[in-house]
Design a protein. Sequence first.
Length: 714
Amino acid sequence: MEEHDVHESTLDDRSVDLPLDRREFLKAAGSGVFILFSVDGLAALAQGGGGQRSYPDDFNAYLRIGEDGRVACYSGKVEMGQANTTALAQMLADELEVPFDRVDMVMGDTRLCPWDGGTNGSRSIKYFGPALRAAGAEAREVLIQLAAEQLQRPPAQLTAKDGFVVDRNSAGIRLAYGALARGKRIERHLEKKPTLKSPAKCVVIGKPLRRRDGLDKVTGKAKFAGDIRLPGMLYGKVLRPPVHGAQLKSVDVEGARTFTGARVIQDGNFIAVVHPTPDGAASALQRIKADFSVPESKVDDGNILEHLMAQPGQGRVVEQKGDLAKGREVAALKFEETYFTPYIAHAPIETHSALAQVASDETTVWVSTQRPFGVQQEVARAIGLPEDKVRVITPLVGGGFGGKSGGPQAVEAARLSKLAGAPVQVVWSREEEFFYDTFRPAAFVKISSGLDSANRITFWDFQVFFAGDRSSQMIYDVPHLRTVSTGSFGGGGPHPFGTGAWRGPGSNTNIFARESHIDIMAARVGMDPVEFRLKNLADPRMARVLKAAADTFKWTPARSPSKRGYGVALLDYLNTYVAAMAEVVVDKATGQIRVQRVTVAQDLGQVVNPEGARMQMEGSIVMGLSSVLTEEIHFGGGNIKDRNFDSYEITRFSWVPEIETVLVDNPDLAPQGCGEPTITCVAPMIANALFDATGVRIFRLPLTPERVKAGMAG
């Protein structure tokens, strides 16, 4: 077997600042082949919070082939449980023609990775994936060109396979990618961009592979931000107000100063303690005596709906067609209801954590976040450094769900490190995690609708307040409709504390309202909920997904309430189609709902990793259960009353039902999102199943035993 090496120079292994121009990048880059990409038509605006900004023009930042033949893929996305490290590696391996186990993912490092707006909205595979595949495809063709020049053979005579360029006529003649890459700086564009593989030609994409981080996580080897240790590091604890909106009136820190090993840090109203041990920092903080003025509490979890309804606001038309007045005229039956969803917490297993090391030449922060580049900006502003002097490294993230979109803990750690002159780690307690959470906002939806004598929807007037417009668009065939959104899920507005994105932001509220309302109409005219939906659907793709779910669930038609406890919900979440069905049993004595089984059918286009997709669907169901049955933040003004799991109850193992997942085959559609869609159907399918079991319709979440009992008694 003959192998040919190309070796011209050895480059150092320095880190890379991005964005750089092409020559600056190549000067800073380590050894390996860096390919420059220009992907036409790419949705190359990094998606996420903090606005939109183009990915770097030079796509060499996304791909490096080392001398040993291993391939590093750089992505500004992060791994927070959704198995990005597996699926993205599959995509690159397939297009580049390298074994899957030779691809190493480097994610969420602002020094090494291209800018990205954040890991959210089920967009990693959908938006970063095409760029990554295009990078792999072009790199493969460039390597073939390089090999052709070295071997003095026409490129058409060569092919790429398993990390080698191979002569089609003589398999013994081949060049290893690592041999081509070793010490070679290559700046080359292809005039004709290669097309991506068709689904039929994909070998790694589509395989149900186990997630790469699974073993390390279950054995405790996985490293999170709170696991990072540096020589001489200190642990920081920050003085907190008792409620949101409280103002510091006076403070006495002398007790903390006398605590052995503790240092008190004061910078205006930013007061903290650092100590060589975390327990020491917490104990010293308890010795600080602080007096706060507390604002009067005027709104609480009991009157929040009335408070929101009283808020003025200018609505924005999301969707409109036909003539509502005409639709009302032809309606034989009219319906009008209001639906409410409360504040709920993200409650990740890992609390907000960060370790900062501030130095004169560069500040490095290891942080649990969904937005590394956003945190880079926040830290730079806080300590007065240029952004390029702040490096953010994101280890594995122990759950985010939208709640780790910012980096307040990173800012705290950086400020403390700068003032203390040592590395400082800040790990929030569970109480701090609840207190400073950016909750899913309390929101409500008003719907009025009508049916004609043939049981077709004639008009649909949908008004959502403070949840945002995602998934508010109508999926059913309605000639006259209007959708208006007032406010959003972001912070500010009428809320007494911070709010933000919560897994499937906006969609959870909007789909709960819409699919509950659809069921109300079906029950009123005595139609089976599935048949009613099919009658009012014009989208064959959605009908196909619904039928796939019904077949697996073994749904048989019956008018509701049938006493079977069956519920169904449909949704289009950013072009991922979902149909979900549940069977519940209700204890009439206690009002307790028990979800026995769930079937979810999902069309997310070409499936990159079926095993990973099923895990995300199952995880969404499990997380969604408590968001429907128990979760609700109790508060009085800025006072968060739920600060731990003793009062804030999340799904228990004993609650988990039998779950069946169906991946509806649609390989001709590019891969869509999978991490968030399924959770948004959990509320309506359970609420509809509750009605089918008992005849009780509840318009306000959560579906607590008390509300169920009250409904049955009424």
